[in-house]
Design a binder for this molecule. Structure first.
Ligand SMILES: [Zn+2]
Length: 331
């Protein structure tokens, strides 16, 4: 698996300039491809046996899942690394080159990768590239609405049963796109889903250790609604579903009031979000007489470093659950 490291985000103005430049570059590249389309437009599985599929994914949890299903049968590139905020990430020139060379692209969708929509639309128009928005392939009745006009909450991987459904979308796509390796993908998917089912049960069991009145999860941005629904926690986010909006002083006071009233002992910072908002909530609750501490750091929209336990989807979910349970159960 190739892991692409990403530099820190640039200031908004220069980002806008570079986004325009990138779009221009993309149009030029697409135009160039149009002139030499004979190779790129071959039937999709014509090269399956000759060389491995070139698969590109956005998030680390997609990367880990494809790696579990495909192992060495595909060439895999993961665009986002630890600490990357997918809501605000603007694709680089290097990303466009990587996407251009992909046979198959998996992304989350539901506007998680909010700044990449136009790039995916352009890639979909290429005959040689298949583009799959995994979360958008799930049945709508299993998704959470955020606000009517804003569509669905994209953070589906926080509910392990929904991630099993997403894994099935990935499995089916790989099997159809690369029939020569279909049996491998299917067997690996069965083994991975069995592990995910165990993970789901383990999380349910662990959450039982938190006294029912303390099953309140306070974080900065609203990445945990699916987790809360699946595992029986009330979720209070200061900042809304995307990190693009800033929390207001009124938001901070409202969440602090909940902590004081319900006597919640701990709140959580997130790996992809500045801790400033959560520290302000903690200070406001402490000033109101409720001793609140930072219960630890949760992985919001990323995984840990590759090669560590938290660098896998399962390890990340176990880390988050262990951290929440230890802080709220007072263990
Ligand atoms: Zn998020």
């Amino acid at each position: 698996m190739t892991f692409k490291r990403i530099e820190t985000p640039c200031p908004a103005f220069s980002c806008r300039l570079s986004a325009i430049a990138l779009l221009f570059l993309l149009m030029v590249l697409l135009a160039a491809c149009g002139q030499t389309a004979t190779v790129a437009d071959e039937p999709r599985n014509a090269t399956a046996e000759a060389s491995p599929l070139n698969v590109v994914v956005t998030t680390q949890h997609l990367g880990d899942t494809v790696a579990n299903l495909a192992q060495d049968r595909v060439e895999l590139t993961v665009l986002f690394g630890p600490g990357i905020d997918p809501h605000t990430y603007i694709p680089t020139e290097g990303d466009l080159q990587i996407l251009q060379n992909a046979d198959l692209i998996f992304y989350n969708g539901l506007l998680l990768e909010a700044q990449m929509g136009r790039v995916f639309t352009q890639m979909e128009q290429r005959q040689a590239t298949q583009v799959v928005a995994v979360a958008e392939a799930l049945p709508a009745e299993r998704l959470l609405l955020w606000e009517e006009e804003e569509g669905y909450d994209p953070h589906i991987w926080k509910d392990v049963q929904l991630w099993i459904a997403a894994t099935e979308v990935i499995r089916t796509t790989l099997m159809e796109r690369d029939p020569a390796n279909a049996a491998t993908y299917e067997a690996n998917a069965n083994a991975f889903v069995a592990e995910l089912e165990q993970l789901h049960q383990d999380i349910l069991t662990q959450i039982e250790r938190i006294p029912p009145e303390l099953r309140v999860l306070v974080t900065a941005h609203d990445a945990f609604s699916y987790y809360g629904r699946a595992y029986g926690l009330e979720v209070e986010a200061v900042q809304g579903i995307s990190t693009e909006a800033e929390a207001s002083a009124a938001d901070i006071q409202a969440v602090a009031a909940i902590l004081i009233e319900r006597q919640i002992p701990a709140i959580f910072v997130e790996t992809t979000v500045s801790p400033r908002t959560i520290e302000a909530v903690m200070a406001a609750a402490n000033a109101g007489g409720q001793a609140v501490r930072i219960g630890g750091e949760l992985f919001a929209d990323d995984l840990g470093e590759p090669g560590t336990p938290e660098g896998t989807y399962i390890g990340m979910m176990r880390h988050n659950t262990d951290t929440i349970v230890a802080a709220l159960a007072g263990e």
